[in-house]
Each structure stands twice: as C-alpha cells, then as structure tokens.
Design a protein around this ligand. Structure first.
Ligand code: NAI
Ligand code: MG
Length: 355
C-alpha cells in the first residue's frame, strides 16, 4: 500500500471551490485503487489569512510543508491585498523554496472543448510547455532608486544561471526524446542581448547530447503569432519563466479556456514536495457563485498521479475529462453549460467508476 501525504492550500476566491472537486476525485481513486491511499491536511493560508494575521502563511509554513509528498493549491490573490504580496509570500515562496524548477503546462485541445481558432484541426493543438520556474525574469532581483523623486529609476534584473538554464533545457530534451517529439525553444535574443543569447547558446550546447531530437528556435513574438496561426508547429516547448507564463495563458485561450489549463510545479529529484495547481487565478469576478470550472484543477490531479508514478490513473482522469466534454451535459457556464462547480467532481467520478 502506497500512502501519499498531500498538503491542501485552497487559497482565495474560486481556489476553494475548484480544489474541493479535485479532492473528490482523489478520494475516488483511493476507493477504486486498493494500492493507494491519501492523507490530506488543509491549510487556511492565503489573502484572508493575511488580512487577519499579516501573513500569507505561517512562519514555519515551509518547514511544515516539507514533510508532504505533494501540495495541491487552488489560487491566491484577492482585492485588498497587493498581488505582489500574495504571489511572492505564498506561491513563489513555495516554488522557489522547494526548488520546483520545472513548470509543466499542457496545451492540449481535448475533444469537446471549445476553440476560438478557425481552420485548426483538434489534433493540431497538442503542446507540452516546460517553463523555467525558479529564476529568470521572476528572480526578484532589482532595485528601486530615488523613490518618488523626479529621477526615479527601477531595475528588474533577469537572472539566468548556467545551472538553472541547463537543467530546464535538459529536462525538456529528455521529455522530447522519451515521447519522440520535436522540441522548440522560445527566447528573444535579438532584444535581450545577454540573457537570451545565453539561453540560445545553452539550448544548442545541450542539444549536442540529443542528436535524435529535432529542434526549432523561435523568438517569443513570432511564437505568439504561430501559436494562433499554425499551432501544430509546437510539440514540446521550453521557455523562460516570464515567456512561459504569458504564452500558456494564450495556450489556455486556444485550448478550451482558463477553466481547462493545468500546471505542475515539479522538483524532479523529489528532494522537496512538488505542487499541483490550475494556472488560473482566484477569479474574484465569479467567486462565490459556484460557477467556476474545476476541470483545470482536476487535470492537475491527473498530473499529480503521473508524478506519483501512476500514469494509468493520470490517463484515466484526462480521458474522463474528455468524455465529460464530449457528452456536454454537465459543464460549467464558461463552457456553455449550466452545471454548478460541485456537480463536476461527481460527474467525473461517475465516469471513473466505469473505467
Ligand atoms: P484569473 O485567472 O483569476 O481570471 C481571468 C478570467 O478568467 C476571469 O474572467 C475569470 O472569471 C476567468 N476564469 C479563471 N478561472 C476560471 C475558472 N476555473 N472557471 C471559469 N472562469 C475562470 O486572473 P485575474 O483576474 O487576472 O487575477 C485574479 C487574481 O488571481 C489576482 O489577484 C491575481 O494576482 C491572482 N492570480 C493568481 C494565480 C495563482 O494563484 N496561481 C495565477 C493568476 C492570477
Ligand atoms: Mg500566469
């Protein structure tokens, strides 16, 4: 019997709604698969907690989380708490503190999911984004000089270490090799004349060890255009923290919307827990109405099962999401349905019971 300890951080807004549905699915897996069990512990951290205590998480939060196999997160951020505080003191603290240097975000158009692009075949949108997740433009390096003076200057420095750049690129090559897919690097060396020239060099260098992997390199602006005009060009994609953040929202838009976009923050060595979350935010505009789409957070449960080594369950969950979309009867309003958030987990579990 394999027992996994999961730290649950529902967070703010729709985070709490969508995470409940993912937990329902995990509990169903536990019921159907005698060799797995889960132990959940929920933490009330987030913006509401901040407004009460002045902290996004407890001082010893990282110490506590360290003992878990995985962290399952909803979303953080809420009006009243500055976004840079909620992001840096919880989400980025965990990603960086636990060296979750790989962010995996599938951009895959499932059957039955809406797509705003014309003349694009469903199978043409099937990408796997591997985003650098520990440094780069989100390293938090910089300075704020002469605040509120006429000569005020701010500096935001991108940090690209050899270790950090090499390991994410190598990880992407490994995935491309394993899956027999092409690998595309997205950068911007014409304008970012240090960081991205370096990135491109490392991409070429590491590539020498993978002569069997066919590669492409795009500038980020061109890549954004091609993701819309000709998405089939992209299979496995590796890119920096900022570019990956932006392009995967574009990816979400062409692959069913924010309600279907999942992400895994991995520490591949398993020295620290990895974190699984939908890529959307706390959506204050629809929070509390019970209409948020939990499929992204259920998809991230599928990623969690893959990471635990239960790829069969990862696939079953993804297939169940696709069946639900094709059936079309139990969907939330963002996908044209009238179902409530809390009906989705139940519907997915019904499908899983038959698998
Ligand atoms: P958002 O992703 O929360 O919402 C963007 C739009 O997509 C909204 O119209 C929302 O209603 C819709 N949407 C998002 N997820 C949905 C779902 N599951 N079902 C149906 N509709 C969905 O991004 P926004 O509005 O820019 O940010 C809101 C807050 O969330 C901010 O405080 C921001 O900092 C935070 N945020 C947190 C993230 C995280 O915790 N990982 C990621 C992105 C934003
Ligand atoms: Mg984002």
């Amino acid at each position: 019997m394999k027992r996994f300890k999961i730290a649950v951080i529902p967070g703010d807004g729709i985070g709490t709604e969508v995470i409940n549905e993912g937990i329902k699915v995990l509990k169903k897996i536990e019921e159907l698969e005698s060799s797995i069990s889960f132990e959940f512990k929920t933490f009330p951290w987030g913006c509401e907690y901040y407004l009460k205590t002045g902290k996004m998480m407890d001082d010893n939060g990282m110490e506590i989380l360290k003992n878990f196999d995985a962290i399952y997160l909803g979303a953080v951020g809420f009006p009243g708490v500055p976004d840079h505080i909620s992001l840096w003191d919880l989400l980025l603290k965990i990603r960086k503190g636990f060296d979750q240097y790989i962010n995996i975000r599938p951009v895959k158009l499932l059957k039955g999911a809406p797509c705003p692009l014309k003349d694009v075949k469903r199978e043409d949108i099937d990408m796997l984004f591997i985003r650098e997740n520990s440094e780069g433009e989100y390293a938090g390096a910089g300075d704020w000089l002469f605040k509120d003076k006429p000569n005020e200057v701010v500096l935001q420095t991108g940090v690209f270490s050899r270790k950090g750049t090499e390991r994410v690129i190598r990880y992407a090559y490994e995935i491309a090799r394993k899956e027999g897919k092409t690998l595309t690097s997205i950068s911007k060396a014409n304008a970012l004349n240090y960081s991205m020239v370096f990135w491109d060099e490392v991409f070429k260098e590491v590539g020498k060890e993978y002569p069997d992997v066919k590669t492409y390199s795009y500038l980020v602006d061109a890549a954004a255009m091609f993701m819309v005009k000709d998405p089939k060009r992209f299979e496995v994609v590796v890119t920096s923290n900022l570019f990956g953040d932006i392009l995967t929202d574009l990816g979400a838009a062409i692959a069913g919307g924010m309600g279907l976009a999942a992400g895994a923050n991995l520490n591949p060595e398993k020295k620290f827990p990895s974190m699984f979350e939908p890529i959307h935010g706390s959506a204050p505009d629809i929070a509390g109405k019970e209409i948020s789409n939990p499929l992204a957070s259920i998809w991230s449960v599928s990623q969690m099962m893959d990471f635990f080594g239960y790829e069969d369950w990862g696939k079953k969950i993804l297939d169940a999401i696709e069946e639900l979309l094709i059936d079309g009867k139990t969907l939330t309003p963002d996908l044209g349905g009238i179902a409530k958030t809390s009906e989705i987990g139940k519907a997915i579990n019904k499908i899983l019971e038959k698998k």
